[in-house]
Design a protein around this ligand. Structure first.
Ligand code: GLN
Length: 548
């Protein structure tokens, strides 16, 4: 039987509940326990795959091809386990399942209601995580904050699970926020008290309160929260904002949360936590490291959460290379209006991340053009690879008309075109080429050098691909197909021979990067950007005017 840890949020959203869930997973994993983490999202979309990144940030893709909330990215990066489709559940999925069963007649004429039909469905989908993963502990995080109308059925389901499995097998952790009043210089606990009262009103009393704040929580405040919220003192865990996400498990461990959970749930750890790796990681992050500047050229740059995994992957690679990446967020649509170029030109490396639709696409193509002509390290991620091919196609074919049919249906040179299996698909949700696919790495290429292996599996999310009609002509001019599907049919990685590091992957390597295991493509890219930085420093020292 599994043990359950339920995580709710109070007061306000965006206080790092996802990272806290991930960090709690890490506390348990360090004790040799198997963990899985699930996110319940109260919105009615079936998954975030069709949502704008402005609404929701990045869409994180799992091995099995499910398109999920970006918190699953935190979970995977912290506990280093490949999660499954069952780990992200939305109200949309619950209702569409229940309604489909009603249409089939499964309810034998009954009236379908939120309680018990919707709550039962939620309960079975939480239990399913254990059935699929056999994890010792299932952590379930409820999106939103207590008091939201939409999350009520989820909370009711959690309350019922606790009484079904017994208090010794399920616990509640409530993450709240302590606002700081500048005029008096105080942190306030009242909103926390209210949110706990709200939770109590629906029959849930938290075992642990994680009190987030931007300022140090003094002991007396901790006591006050314990008293007013009826939680043990050791159950009140202050968690002050930290500059390093990866420090969160260390902070929670220092407050005794790991042992508290283990005791409370009667878990039997099989190992003593060894935090040395993570302590090193955080220490390195704090170290004064040489800076490199990485430009991210996208169309959602105002909302950096849209590129969460890309940013983290660059950070992981930078830690390994002992440099610090400063991000230059460049809006691709601005480049089209001749703005933002000064910023782009400061970069030691340029990333064009994934994306959809034609807005800003010419700006991305211009950024790839600049990177190619000026020998600036370039990493293209999915759309970024397609952009690199379009730009090179225009250069080789001598026409501005080369394009992807995503942006110009009638282009005379569709260097990027729909995947054959995508033709005739009308539905938008969950219909792309999604999830893990194998990719063979061609000997003698840059990709093979950075990966140091013959074959890899990588996560995909796209409808378009490299058009094989153009393979030969582009190869004649220096494009190298360094990653191919095992049948040789699909170009999965392309690179340029006449360039220090210009490489694009049709997949999303950022999803598989881990803090202690940077992804090889990002590692190679950051090293190339670091070399670029050194080159610039040398050129300046030599008074060279060749610097572009
Ligand atoms: N829009 C492109 C496609 O569908 C790229 C997708 C992406 O970058 N994830 O193929």
């Amino acid at each position: 039987m599994s043990k359950y840890l339920f995580l709710t949020g109070g007061v306000v959203s965006s206080v790092g509940k996802g990272v806290t869930a991930a960090a709690i997973g890490k506390l348990l994993k360090e004790r040799g326990l198997s963990v899985s983490i699930q996110k319940l999202d109260p919105y009615i979309n079936v998954d975030p795959g069709t949502m704008s990144p402005y609404q929701h940030g990045e869409v994180f893709v799992l091995d099995d091809g499910s398109e999920t909330d970006l918190d699953l990215g935190h979970y995977e990066r912290f506990i280093d386990v490949s999660l499954s489709r069952v780990c992200n559940l939305t109200t949309g999925q619950i209702y569409s399942n229940v309604i489909a069963r009603e249409r089939r007649g499964d309810f034998l004429g009954g009236t379908i209601q939120v309680v018990p039909h919707i709550t039962n469905e939620i309960k079975s989908r939480i239990r399913e995580v254990h059935e699929v993963t056999s994890a010792d502990v299932v952590i379930t995080e409820v999106g939103g904050t207590v008091g939201d109308i939409e999350s009520l059925p989820f909370l009711e389901a959690l309350r019922q699970i606790r009484s079904d499995v017994g208090r010794e097998n399920a616990m509640f952790v409530h993450v709240t926020w302590l606002p700081y009043i500048g005029a008096t210089g105080e942190l306030k606990t009242k909103p926390t008290q209210h949110s706990v009262r709200e939770l109590r009103g629906i029959g849930i009393s938290p075992d642990v309160i994680i009190a987030r704040s931007d300022h140090t929580v003094v002991e007396s405040l901790r006591e006050k929260i314990a008293q007013f919220c009826d939680v043990d003192r050791k159950g009140v865990i202050p968690l002050t904002t930290t500059s390093s996400l990866y420090e969160v498990p260390l902070l929670l461990e220092a407050e005794g949360l790991g042992d508290n959970i283990v005791n409370r749930l009667g878990l039997i750890p099989t190992q003593v936590p060894d935090w040395s790796d993570w302590e090193d990681l955080v220490a390195q992050e704090r170290e004064d490291r040489p800076k490199i500047r990485i430009a991210i050229v996208g169309k959602y740059v105002e909302l950096q959460d849209a590129y969460m995994s890309v940013r983290e992957a660059v950070r992981h690679a930078s830690l390994e290379a002992r440099v610090e990446a400063e991000f230059l967020w460049v809006h691709s649509a601005e480049l089209e209006k001749d703005k933002g170029w000064d910023e782009l030109k400061r970069a030691h490396g340029i990333i064009v991340p994934g994306g959809f639709g034609s807005r800003g696409i010419e700006g991305k193509i211009a950024a790839a053009h600049y990177a190619r002509e000026n020998q600036i390290p370039y990493l293209g991620l999915c759309l970024g690879m397609q952009v690199m091919v379009i730009e090179f196609g225009r250069h080789v074919l001598g026409t501005e008309d080369a394009n992807s049919t995503e942006f110009d249906r009638n282009t005379s040179h569709p260097v990027i075109d729909l995947l054959p299996e995508q033709r005739g698909i009308g539905e938008m949700g969950g219909t792309m080429r999604l999830g893990l696919y194998p990719c063979d790495l061609v000997e003698g290429t840059l990709a093979r050098t950075v990966y140091q292996t013959e074959s890899v599996n990588e996560r995909h999310r796209h409808r378009y691909e490299f058009n094989n009609t153009y393979r030969e002509i582009l190869a004649e001019h220096g494009m190298v197909y360094s990653g191919l599907s095992p049948d040789g049919r699909l170009v999965e990685i392309a690179e340029l021979s006449d360039h220090p590091f210009m490489i694009g992957s049709q997949f999303h390597p950022e999803f598989l990067s881990r803090p202690n295991r940077p992804h090889p493509l990002f590692a190679g890219f950051v090293q190339a950007a670091t070399r670029r930085d050194k080159l610039q420093v040398e050129e300046v020292a030599a008074g060279s005017s060749a610097l572009k």
